[in-house]
Write a protein that binds this ligand. Sequence first.
Ligand code: ATP
Ligand code: MG
Length: 722
Amino acid sequence: MDITKIIDPLNDAQRHAVTAASTAMLVLAGAGSGKTRVLVHRIAWQIQVEGLSPHNILAVTFTNKAAREMRSRLEELLAIPAQTLWIGTFHGLAHRLLRRHAQTAKLPATFQVMDSSDQLRLIKRLLNRLNLDEEKWPPKQVQWHINAQKDEGIRARHTSETGDPYQRQMLAVYRAYEDLCDRSGMVDFAELLLRAHELLRDNPDVLEFYQQRFLQVHVDEFQDTNTIQYAWLRLLTQDKDNLFVVGDDDQSIYGWRGAKIENLYKFQRQHPNHQLIRLEQNYRSTGTILKAANTLIANNDGRMGKELWTDSGDGEPISLYAAFNEQDEAYFVVERIRAWANEGGARSDVAILYRSNAQSRQFEEKLMATNTPYRVYGGLRFFDRAEIKNALAYCRLMSNRNDDASFERVVNTPTRGIGAKTIDDIRMIARDQEISLWAAAVALVNQGNLSARASNALKSFLLLLKQLADETEGLALYEKVKLVVEKSGLLELYKQAKADKGEEKVENLEELVNAARLFDADTDNEDNLGELDLFLAYAALEAGDMQADEFEDCVQLMTLHSAKGLEFKLVFLVGMEEGLFPSQQSVDDAGRLEEERRLCYVGITRAMRKLYLTYAESRRLYGRESYPRPSRFLREIPAEFIQEVRIRGNISRPAATIQPKPKTTMTTGTYKIGQKVSHEKFGEGIVLQMEGQGAQERVQINFKQVGMKWLMLAYAKLNIIS
Ligand code: ATP
Ligand code: MG
């Protein structure tokens, strides 16, 4: 037995945590100090040295990517296979429990998981049905409210009406939403957690089974557990002192979604004999990056307090780039990445991190234009794309005819002559008789009141699904998906639609078949559940991990939230502007501002060797132009760690100042950056940058109609617009 592999790569404190006898343990330590490493090595230790079966271990992480990484690191450490070890996200594990015990959990065996955009659509439909005005009852707010209730473990029936009309109405909506989900066999993300908790709480035999199975329970990123997740862990472990958690209060970034830092205190209170271990050496980042992060986070109050040091030397300074606008920002970042790759750096060691998903588009465009491979995690995930959702909707309907969201989605996609009037009629029947849209459609056909054309169109849809279900019976998963893609007419539809990115959509559909082929139900399927249902749930839960070849060397794009736990040699933290980061909603709220600062701490500490910070002096986002001020977080990093970048030597851009500053007024003769100009062919535009001198002088202009162009000044014949 080779235990050196398990304990050699650890420092003393880490080794202590890994090898300690079974006890409740909290490893509380800053970023990059080896918490995740300790967790993985402890599992390996328990299996290899203490002789525990992988079957008896449960490990919880925060993202699917992290879960996969953990499993593969474990397999490297272990001499025996670890398939029977349960490792996954809270949502993934809850889903697995519910599939195994669907009936006990009072769910139909074919229940479907809906992601948050499906949920939002369902809520919109519900509000409409209840005749509630979306202006007064913004669907997103309703969604937030419902999820927040569920995260706290509160069902509609637990709440009694108060005199407050708003509360009463919201409660009615919640109740109606629960009914609708129950009737159609739909489960949202928050419901997964709540229902799995209720399953264990209300069924002593089920609970006992899992308590006896999971002799050791490990949780990474514990600071971001919410009430229901903690209650779930508590049920499984009770007072047995077999719970091992690692976390960092400074990296709690899901408060807005119900995460409770207080769970760290609760854990300590509820396990009076727990061991607390602190790790203080950071192995990830350079001294400069680490000191910048430490100074920034010191601005928060009420921290648990931790020391973090490194012996890796200061490394390079942090670079700060003040971009003229968001396009210039993307241009700068992509050029730096190209330089990195040209010098032999791996693209997969590079991450572009942003606060909000909408920011990715600019970077994607520039990366595409330069043929630089990249992957976006989160955001418009592979499984969120319209063509993929359409194909999956057919699959879902095959599995569960009562899935109303899927019915609406594809009843007339591709168009088969089912008009808005017919669909309205279907909705009406569904609403009056409280039945699913599918059942309502069948009823409508049977009534025989439809015109022959409408009736035939609707019949053809009903028949199509029946055929799909019949013909796919007994086929392998990927053959099923393939048949659906073809027979539904979707493939043909996108093949025809050349103009509208049809080709890309066809490729995506092919990729879906491929994903189904690669889908490994084995690790996920001890009980031979329907493969298709597992695949559909996987699609709903997965965060965009299928979109490019996992092993292709490509730049990683993601929000700061999804970067948690990861590390990259080169990191670009972009959009460092007030109103964007920190977000507008947080600037007036001290609690939320602190959470934004923790998010910034998470971002900075992802960088191993080199960190770039960028902001734009003007930004067009969500269709609006703004002139934001640089983020306050930039000011909170001591200037000695920061070096301001001037991009092209022959243009002296005014030094980017951190203070709010007057607009740039640098000129070369007649033109200045930000100048509005017009061109006889390209129309109006704005000067972005200039380079070269004399006859070689060129300007880059962003034209309203044709986008960015470089023009030779000597020939361009520009008119200045005052
Ligand atoms: P985060 O808070 O960001 O999740 P973490 O505390 O989980 O960070 P890890 O990801 O486990 O930290 O470790 C950070 C890096 O340091 C990893 O590359 C890991 O392999 C390395 N590392 C951890 N411990 C040691 C050690 N004792 N010797 C060398 N490298 C180490
Ligand atoms: Mg970690």
